[in-house]
Write a protein of this length. Structure first.
Lengths: 340, 404
């Protein structure tokens, strides 16, 4: 009996704490109030200011909403089981377009798109085996992004050895790695590129160990391509005083916490903000088509982050050549040579 | 006796075959063309003819595998296992070292470092299980303490306080496990699972609510300490005496807990409770108190392992950053037969193959990294199957104690 009472008390306390956090007023921000057309954003687990794809998708949506006079709202997903529910909330409130963020939310998006054929859906990093008329998967040319990073690494390397710390061996990461290798060889065919796949995206300790082993082998630029695992590699580079290159977003603000980071050259970016903007723009201009939309150098879907603290160590020639490479990739005169 | 003989034939026969394969493999390297270069830190480099060296290794392995067949030495089945494990790994490394320098000291140093959280986790689990409380919550304890330790270090701006908080939070989570499984007599597996899930939610919540909003996202990491004089010893100086604090603590704890567990009264009581709590109670040992004490001690050690991730290695915290090491620690604990030195060996094997896998990828050796990553688990299964001495858990494990 005594035990039963204790369990009840513990349960009540836990429920009270949970309710306290759940029932806090929801932060749904209204920005532009033109009630005709409504665009909604469902984040992956996280927040719209968490410095990941969620934030960039939100920025892209706000830019488009402002430009085209849409009403824009977002829902922050608390846990993966809420994906369906959050999308449905927007759908039932009569939103015209729903943007979902992340590979994880693919199935929920596809399912909901089937249920609400009149609503347009755009999914960041999502590939649908059989795309519907109202779904647009926003994909990225990671190979081009890696290519630019590799070109920069090759130009900055003094030892002639550079390294890349990858996450799991899945298509986007493989594209980053092969692009990086080809980009480096585009600048210097004799360059040695060391590479490691780590079988997890959240193993910064092992990423760091891999980078340290590469640095011991002479690598003086480390490209960390694969979430926190890659960031572990960048941390190793910073500690050993060699160059590091981030991935996906500007890691100057995320991994390095806004600096100072004199050795972080740049980050090979996936411009999720531009991709979301383009998708909403297509909807606004009535050119929205079901299928997949490849974001690459030609539509500013990929690029590289500012040099920040490393700016004075990257010479004008290097920057010029880097921009030239990016332009050539954009106009199609240069191919990354990455085939999957 | 008959059964033992089959064991020898099957097991030593397999290792015999493997060593013959190694010798066959050695003929792939013509004498003058293939030279292996091994680096031994400050001692310099050693160059060897690959083919001949591998052949010698294969012969050593052959001898080791044949010995158990001799009637007089029947009980040395383990010998064939250990020599073959040694020759196989050495042969692979020699192969990898063909043409380019292979830094043995670097490999061992990396192995020791990567094995640290596994060894600590294994010892944490061992302390709990030696008193009869199953602890599969090591992963959750490690994750929580990695997060709390980092948060404390970030906000209080002192990494040593962070380390202390990590150890403390490991102990507190362990207290929860102890309360659920000893006082409330919950199923210990369920309690452990709940704590693992709780840790994921709790740390995710702390990260989103506090860490992402913090002005800084990184802190300094624990400094590298060089033991005076001892760090000047060639090879060992780099591998053992030049490390970060938690690696030192880990090695110290292995020795300390071995002595405590097998030479002191506390150790005897701990072990007796794990084997036969009723008997221990009869002679006046407070079973509940000892179980609480050991589970909390184990949790604190798991907390230290958690601090290895956030405070010693990366200086940041990411969701799920312990990445299953807590469960690998359990495998290492079983491999080590619930003994601190065994746990150390088991942890080292996992760390070694992880390091080897990384270095092989860098060297572009065409052995799939997944294969090397798999090997320690295969070895653990061989141990579990009782081939090299049976791994027997404490008798009272998983059984809650009720006072009559």
């Amino acid at each position: 009996m005594k035990r039963f009472i204790i369990i009840i008390i513990v349960a009540v306390v836990v429920i009270a704490v949970v309710l306290f956090f759940v029932l806090r007023p929801k932060k749904v921000v209204e920005v532009v109030v033109v009630p005709e057309i409504k665009v909604g954003l469902v984040t992956d687990v996280g927040k719209v200011d968490d410095k990941t794809f969620n934030q960039f998708a939100h920025e892209g949506m706000m830019r488009a909403a402002e430009e085209f006079g849409f009403e824009a709202k977002y829902i922050e997903t608390l846990q993966p089981t809420d994906y369906d529910k959050n999308i449905q909330t927007f759908a039932e409130e009569g939103f015209d377009m729903i943007v979902t963020v992340g590979f994880m939310i693919t199935d929920a998006t596809y399912k909901m798109a089937g249920q609400y054929p009149d609503i347009k859906f755009a999914g960041v990093d999502q590939f649908y085996a059989e795309p519907l008329d109202n779904t647009m998967g926003l994909l990225f040319a990671e190979d081009q992004s890696g290519f630019v990073a590799g070109a920069l690494a090759a130009m900055m390397s003094e030892t002639g050895v550079i390294g890349i710390v990858c996450g799991m061996e899945i298509p986007p990461v493989i594209k980053f790695r092969k692009g990086y290798e080809n980009g480096a060889r585009y600048i210097d065919p004799g360059l040695k590129v060391l590479g490691v796949y780590i079988d997890s995206f959240v193993a910064p300790d092992r990423g760091k160990a891999a980078a340290e082993a590469m640095i011991a082998d002479g690598a003086d630029v480390i490209f960390g391509a694969g979430g926190p695992t890659g960031s572990g590699g960048i941390v190793a580079a910073m500690e050993k005083g060699v160059y590091g290159i981030g991935v996906d977003q500007d890691e100057y603000y995320t991994t390095m916490g806004g600096g100072p980071a004199p050795n972080l050259l740049t980050s090979a970016m996936k411009r999720v903000d531009n991709a979301v903007y383009s998708a909403i723009k297509a909807f606004a201009e009535d050119t929205f088509k079901g299928g997949h939309y490849m974001n690459n150098a030609s539509n500013e879907g990929i690029g590289y982050a500012p040099f920040h603290d490393a700016a004075d160590r990257v010479s004008k020639d290097v920057k010029a050549r880097l921009d030239e490479t990016l332009e050539k990739l954009a106009d199609g005169s240069l191919e990354t040579g990455v085939k999957l | 006796m008959q059964k033992d003989y089959y064991r020898i034939i099957i097991f030593s026969g397999l290792t015999l075959l493997l060593n013959l394969l190694i010798i066959r493999f050695s003929f792939n390297f013509p004498k003058e063309q293939a030279v292996s270069l091994m680096g031994f830190g400050t001692l310099g480099k050693l160059s060897m003819f690959t083919g001949r060296s591998i052949r010698i290794l294969g012969c050593i392995g052959l001898i080791g595998s044949i010995i158990p067949f001799v009637k007089k030495f029947n009980r040395y089945v383990n010998l064939s296992f250990f020599t073959t494990a040694f020759t196989t790994v050495s042969a692979i490394i020699l192969w990898a070292a063909v043409g380019s320098l292979f830094d043995i000291v670097g490999l061992l140093d990396l192995s020791l470092r990567l094995s640290t959280p596994i060894v600590l986790g294994a010892m944490a689990g061992m302390l709990c299980e030696r008193t009869g409380v199953i602890n599969i919550a090591i992963e959750g304890m490690m994750l929580t303490s990695a997060c709390i330790g980092f948060t404390a270090s970030l906000y209080l701006n002192n990494i040593w306080i962070g380390l202390f908080c990590a150890i403390l939070s490991g102990g507190i989570i362990a207290l929860l496990h102890a309360f659920l499984s000893i006082t409330m007599i919950t199923d210990q597996i369920v309690s452990g699972t709940v704590i693992n899930i709780l840790a994921v939610g709790l740390t995710g919540f702390i990260r989103r609510s506090f860490l992402l909003k913090a002005r800084l996202t990184r802190t300094a990491i624990l400094p590298i300490i060089e033991v005076p004089l001892l760090s000047k010893i060639p090879i060992l100086g780099i591998i053992i005496f030049t490390n970060q604090p938690i690696v030192f603590l880990m090695m110290g704890l292995v020795v300390f807990i071995s002595i405590m567990l097998f030479k002191t009264r506390w150790g005897l009581r701990t072990r007796s409770i794990g084997e036969h709590p009723e008997a221990a109670d009869t002679v006046g040992i407070n079973v509940f108190k000892m179980r609480y004490l050991n589970v909390i001690l184990g949790g604190s050690i798991a907390g230290l392992a958690g601090a290895w991730f956030s405070l010693e290695t990366t200086g940041s915290f990411d969701d799920m950053m312990t990445n299953g090491k807590g469960f690998i620690a359990l495998a290492a604990m079983i491999f080590g037969k619930w003994h601190p030195v065994g746990a150390f060996t088991g942890g080292l094997i996992f760390g070694f193959f992880d390091a080897l896998q990384i270095i092989f990828q860098i060297k572009n050796i065409p052995i799939p990294p997944q294969f090397l990553w798999m090997l320690p688990y295969v070895i653990t299964m061989i141990v579990l199957a009782g081939v090299i001495g049976k791994s027997i858990p404490p008798a009272a494990i998983g059984v809650p104690y009720r006072k009559q």
